[in-house]
Design a protein around this ligand. Structure first.
Ligand SMILES: Cc1cc2nc3c(=O)[nH]c(=O)nc-3n(C[C@H](O)[C@H](O)[C@H](O)COP(=O)(O)OP(=O)(O)OC[C@H]3O[C@@H](n4cnc5c(N)ncnc54)[C@H](O)[C@@H]3O)c2cc1C
Length: 105
């Protein structure tokens, strides 16, 4: 389903054909092949620099936000925690967060 192509001669990072995730390939009448190109203007990946500056910035933003609200601030997900996580981990964090909030409500 995913072919990683970390090669300077190849302008994309990886090729994805989602239909290979399905059990019954013969039920799929068509397909879409995607290529991911690095360098988009929007930054999607957290950058953990060795000095920890970016993580510290995230913690500072979180503290600032927490000071602005009377309600508890709950950070979950890639953006809010500035962490490199996949979808399953993002969903897990969302569910755990909802359980935590429900328990304290
Ligand atoms: C190119 C790429 C490929 C990926 N491939 C995979 C993969 O193959 N498998 C996998 O498991 N995971 C993959 N991921 C990771 C997966 O997409 C993330 O883990 C997941 O989307 C994180 O979900 P999230 O809800 O934490 O954050 P996001 O999905 O980033 O959601 C954050 C939301 O907040 C919104 N937002 C931003 N700023 C503000 C603001 N100021 N006010 C209000 N809203 C705001 C954004 O618009 C966005 O909708 C990939 C990610 C990228 C970028």
């Amino acid at each position: 389903m995913v072919v990683n192509e970390p090669d300077l001669a190849v302008p994309w990072t990886r090729t994805i054909e989602t239909k290979w995730a399905l059990e019954k390939l013969h039920d799929v009448p068509g397909t879409i092949v995607l290529r991911e190109y690095p360098g988009a203007a929007a930054k999607h990946y957290p950058v953990p620099d060795s000095a920890g500056r970016n993580k510290a910035l995230q913690a500072a933003y979180e503290a600032k936000l927490a000071a602005c609200t009377r309600n508890p601030l709950v950070a979950a997900g890639r953006l809010a925690t500035y962490s490199y996580i996949n979808m399953d981990q993002a969903v897990r964090q969302g569910l755990d967060t909802a359980h935590r909030i429900a328990r304290t409500a």
